[in-house]
Design a protein around this ligand. Structure first.
Ligand code: RNT
Ligand code: ZN
Length: 415
């Protein structure tokens, strides 16, 4: 018997349908973030990365143009199993020399991305870019007390709604449009509610732009703090969650780097699913803070995937990767993160959830612990290898040799 067959039998002893798990994961879209490829720089400005986020490292070979970024993403796509969705920021508009500010962006500025998405059978998710721009005044955008600043960013948000609708119509896949700003203060503010009321009204104005709720899924992403904005963040957890709860069709987006370090998003997923028809996730790896390290196949990553699967919520949770590491080969960073989340999903789908839930409900907590520990050493690697083979991608670390070759032939020439 080959390794896959014998591994499959072992899972079947626990009542797990392995073939069904593989068939399921193949159709689950996971959003691949374009911004890992160029350290969140984008194409529409030349200034520094602002908004309280930071890439560290200076590994050679980052993408400098849309052509390079697309080529790099194609490499990643060829090395990862599973269904991909493209995640774009507005700052990745392809302007071809045209002078267009963010408040006047149009669908046509993203036509090349649509072509790219169609070529790879991907839907598109979108993000207005409320950072790295001269109109971020005193670190504020949608919550600014300066009406002209606030107006500029509201108009940017509205333009992004129209672009999101265009993406959905072109690809036939709903577009998740995520609103995140780094708005906040470095030190103790005198007024916390004022900025939040302005933020609330700004998002409401953005959402007043007409769109089809089946096609565009607006989200609000919360955050606890950013670099240089340690004392106050306008879009805090309570603010964002309440906003989504009170606005029909608006989803809460949880980024697992955006909470106090002992809080876990795996526990928040089932809490939100009790109330929201749909939620969205940014999957990242925070080390002590929102450091945006590459996602690994670690305990909390596995636990998040488990919650989505055992809540039977695979069609209610929009999953997107969000991290950026400039200290290592960027193609590898993307690939490790995407493959890790795929592993987490597959491993969650291979968990005998019905059996474990039954033990909990019968209060057989001893047996639950025993089985949970046993499951950890089931021959997962053999099922994973089989899944990769059926997807036509490398099953093991051999993908890295391809990245090394790409680095030699392509990345090292970018100077
Ligand atoms: C920042 C947020 C946000 C960004 C991207 C680039 O803390 O996580 O989602 O990472 O929009
Ligand atoms: Zn995020």
């Amino acid at each position: 018997m080959d390794r896959y067959e014998s591994a499959k039998k072992r899972y079947e002893d626990f009542g797990v349908d392995v073939e069904k798990a593989i068939a399921t994961i193949k159709n689950l879209p996971v959003s691949l973030h374009c911004w890992q490829g160029d350290d969140v720089k984008g194409f529409d400005q030349d200034g520094p990365l602002t908004g309280g986020i930071q890439t560290t490292g200076n590994y050679p070979g980052k993408a400098r143009t849309w052509q390079e970024l697309m080529a790099d993403m194609e490499k990643v796509i060829s090395l990862c199993p599973g269904k991909k969705k493209l995640n774009l920021h507005a700052s990745y508009a392809i302007l071809d020399g045209e002078q267009v500010d963010r408040d006047r962006l149009e669908p046509r500025h993203f036509a090349k991305w649509v072509e790219f998405a169609k070529k790879h059978n991907m839907g598109i998710d979108f993000n207005p870019t409320f950072f790295s721009h001269p109109m971020c005044k005193d670190g504020l955008t949608l919550s600014s007390p300066d009406e002209s600043v606030r107006r500029f960013w509201i108009n940017h948000g509205k333009a992004c709604i129209r672009i999101s609708q265009y993406f959905a119509e072109e690809t036939g896949v709903p577009c998740v449009m995520n609103i995140w700003t780094g708005d906040g203060y470095k030190d103790i503010p005198a007024d916390r509610m004022g900025p939040r009321m302005r933020y609330k009204e700004s998002i409401e104005e953005i959402l007043s732009e007409p769109f089809d709720k089946a096609k565009v899924k607006p989200c609000v992403e919360s955050k606890v703090f950013g670099i240089g904005v340690e004392a106050f963040t306008a879009g805090s957890a309570e603010f964002s969650l309440s906003f989504a709860a009170m606005h029909d069709g608006c989803l809460p987006l949880m980024d697992n780097g955006h909470y106090h370090p002992t809080e876990v998003v795996s526990d928040k997923i089932p809490a939100l699913l009790c109330f929201f028809p749909e939620i969205a996730l940014h999957i990242t790896r925070p080390i002590r803070w929102d450091s945006d390290h590459v996602v690994l196949f670690d305990d909390e990553t596995k636990e998040m995937a488990k919650e989505i699967v055992r809540c039977d919520a695979l069609d209610r949770v929009y999953m997107a990767l969000d991290y950026f590491d400039a200290s290592i080969n960027r193609i590898s960073a993307w690939t490790v993160g995407f493959r890790s989340w795929q592993k987490a999903l597959l491993s969650a789908l291979l968990t005998p959830n019905a059996l474990l839930k039954k033990l909990q409900d019968e209060n057989s907590m001893t047996k639950l612990m025993v089985l949970n520990e046993e499951i950890k050493t089931l021959p997962f690697g053999d099922i994973w290898a089989h899944y990769c083979e059926t997807e036509g991608v490398p099953a093991d670390e051999s993908w890295y040799a391809q990245v090394e070759a790409y680095e030699k032939e392509v990345l090292s020439k970018r100077v």
